[in-house]
Structure formats: structure tokens, C-alpha cells
Design a protein around this ligand. Structure first.
Ligand code: HEC
Length: 276
């Protein structure tokens, strides 16, 4: 991830840059304020922009949302997504199929363009109240998540459909925004003659797994590739189907037998960072 500067380089740079650039207040807590965001149109880099350059293209505003990860209302400073796309890509972006986001850790979710046309998305870069740009993820063991440089949020206070969509399409630590005009994911798709059932299975993978895992090199880089060089299904567990079924049944049973939090052993409060 070439654009990502390790933190040790970011802080001194931020101090040198001062708190005001072109009248745009760089919140002191967003230590990644000067990190550039890469905007790609297919394989071409359309623009590489700092937050203050983004602010010139699509001035920041304040937006209150129901922060689903914290189960509370929160106000963010944010750039409206459609004006950003208009200025960066031109109006043609509306005819693209998907927008793929890449986070610092390789998380790479994809959102249909149609969702950006029917709902209001924003790129948040700070909390309105100036507190550190993090959140406490109640959906993931109360882990603290660093949100900068950009966090994709939706105006769910004015849309019940978005409220019901929960925490979907909300990547944080976004450093790349990529427009896809041709149907993306051809390498990870089932072959053209695949049955409707095979397509349905693939859609499950797209929805639940692809943001972290790649298949044939396509998808996220946050988790291991699942088909290359060795397919995960080739890692043998004897009697795999039955074992998988019984493991799921075990986990379901345990969901009805949860320990009180204060009785948990200590290591459980520091889960691996594998899921968000
Ligand atoms: C939020 C990120 C994330 C999502 C979403 C996710 N995984 Fe994973 N997965 C991981 C990480 C990280 C690991 C590696 C864990 C480790 O090695 O400790 C992993 C490991 C795996 C492995 C073992 C891979 C190996 O080489 O041993 C499989 C199989 C797997 N995941 C399948 C899936 C499937 C199927 C889905 C969708 C239903 C999914 N994962 C969704 C992050 C994710």
C-alpha cells in the first residue's frame, strides 16, 4: 500500500503543516489529514487528493447520523460523496457499475453505483465535536476503530431503508476509491455457463466474504487468498461436510449459553483484528 505513510512519519508532518491549510481546518486529531486519497477510474489514476484539496472540490459540511456501530447519534465533518465523484470523475461516474473502496489494512468492499444515486453518502474525516476520529465498535467486542483518513457514512436519519441496512457499505480508513465500468470480479466469478445456483453462491461470497478475501487474486487483501496457490478446500478435514454442520450446531448451542462478561477469561477481551 504505497500511499499509506506509517504513523511515525505522519505526526511530525502534521505538526509542520499547521492546523490551517487554505482556510480548511485540519482537525488535530485526524493525524492522517495529509494522507492522499487515490481516485481510480478503472486502471487509470484519475486524481490523488489530500483532504484539503478535497475540501476545495466539495466543501465539507456537518452531518448527524445514527452511528450504527455505537448505537447513538453522532455528528461528523464530511464531504458529500456525489459532488466529490462529479468533480473527480465527471458526471460519467453515474454510468459505472460499482465503486470499490480500499482501506489501509487491505479491506476492500464494493458498493453498487445505484446505491450512491438513490441515497446520500458522505466521506467523513472528523467528528464535529473534535474528539479523536475513532469509534467504539459495539458490533465487534467494543474494539476501538481508527476511522481516518476517510470513513464512508450514509444519511440514515432521513432514510429508514438505510437504517435497516445497518452497518453495510461503511468502510473506514479509506485510502482508495475505484470506479468500475465493466462488470468487476470476472476472475472470481463462476464460469459464464454456471447455473443460477452457482451464481447465488457467488453473490453470498461477494456480500459476506469478498471485502476481506480474494479468490484468484480478486477481492480484499485483509485475509488469506482462498483459491491460490492452494484452494482452502484442498486443506483436508476428514468428513468435512458433517464436521462443518456439527461445528455450526456447536456455535449455535453456545450462543444460548453465553458467560457473563465479568466471568470471561482475560484473553477474550483482546480478540484478533480479523473481523469488523
Ligand atoms: C472482516 C474480514 C473477513 C471477512 C468478512 C471474512 N473473513 Fe475469513 N478470514 C479473515 C481473516 C483475517 C482470516 C485469517 C485468520 C487467521 O489466519 O488467523 C480469515 C480466514 C479464513 C479462512 C481460512 C483461510 C486459510 O487459508 O486457512 C477461511 C476458509 C475463511 N476465512 C473463509 C471466509 C468466508 C467463507 C467468509 C464469508 C462468509 C469470510 N471468511 C469472511 C477475515 C475475514
Amino acid at each position: 500500500m504505497s500511499i499509506y505513510l506509517p504513523k511515525v512519519f505522519q505526526y511530525p508532518l502534521l505538526m509542520l503543516s499547521g492546523l490551517l491549510v487554505n482556510g480548511f481546518s485540519l482537525a488535530p486529531e485526524s493525524a492522517q489529514s495529509h494522507v492522499n486519497i487515490e481516485f481510480k477510474n478503472g486502471d487509470q489514476i484519475a486524481k490523488t487528493l489530500s483532504l484539503s484539496e478535497l475540501n476545495v472540490l466539495a466543501p465539507a459540511l456537518s452531518l448527524k447520523v445514527f452511528e450504527i456501530h455505537e448505537r447513538a447519534e453522532r455528528s461528523y465533518r464530511a464531504f458529500p460523496a456525489r459532488p466529490v465523484f462529479d468533480k473527480v470523475f465527471g458526471k460519467e461516474w453515474e454510468k459505472a457499475q460499482e465503486i470499490v473502496f480500499t482501506s489501509i489494512d487491505g479491506y476492500q468492499p464494493s458498493t453498487p453505483v445505484a446505491k450512491f444515486l438513490s441515497h446520500d453518502a458522505y466521506f467523513a474525516f472528523a467528528h464535529e465535536d473534535g474528539t479523536p476520529f475513532t469509534l467504539t465498535n459495539t458490533l465487534q467486542n467494543n474494539e476501538t476503530a481508527q476511522l481516518g483518513p476517510l470513513y464512508l457514512i450514509w444519511d440514515n436519519i432521513n432514510s429508514t431503508a438505510l437504517l435497516e441496512a445497518g452497518a453495510s457499505d461503511m468502510p473506514w480508513q479509506v485510502i482508495r476509491v475505484e470506479l468500475k465500468f465493466v462488470a468487476p470480479f470476472s476472475d472470481m466469478s463462476p464460469p459464464g455457463h454456471a447455473s443460477a445456483e452457482a451464481q447465488r453462491r457467488f453473490m453470498h461470497f461477494r456480500k459476506y466474504c469478498m471485502a476481506c478475501h480474494a479468490v484468484n487474486g480478486e477481492g480484499g487483501a485483509k485475509a488469506p487468498e482462498l483459491n491460490y496457490p492452494t484452494s482452502v478446500v484442498a486443506k483436508e478435514i476428514p468428513n468435512r461436510g458433517k464436521v462443518a454442520e456439527e461445528l455450526i450446531a456447536y456455535l449455535k448451542a453456545m450462543s444460548l449459553s453465553k458467560r457473563a462478561p465479568e466471568k470471561l477469561r482475560e484473553n477474550i477481551s483482546t480478540p484478533p483484528k480479523s473481523h469488523r
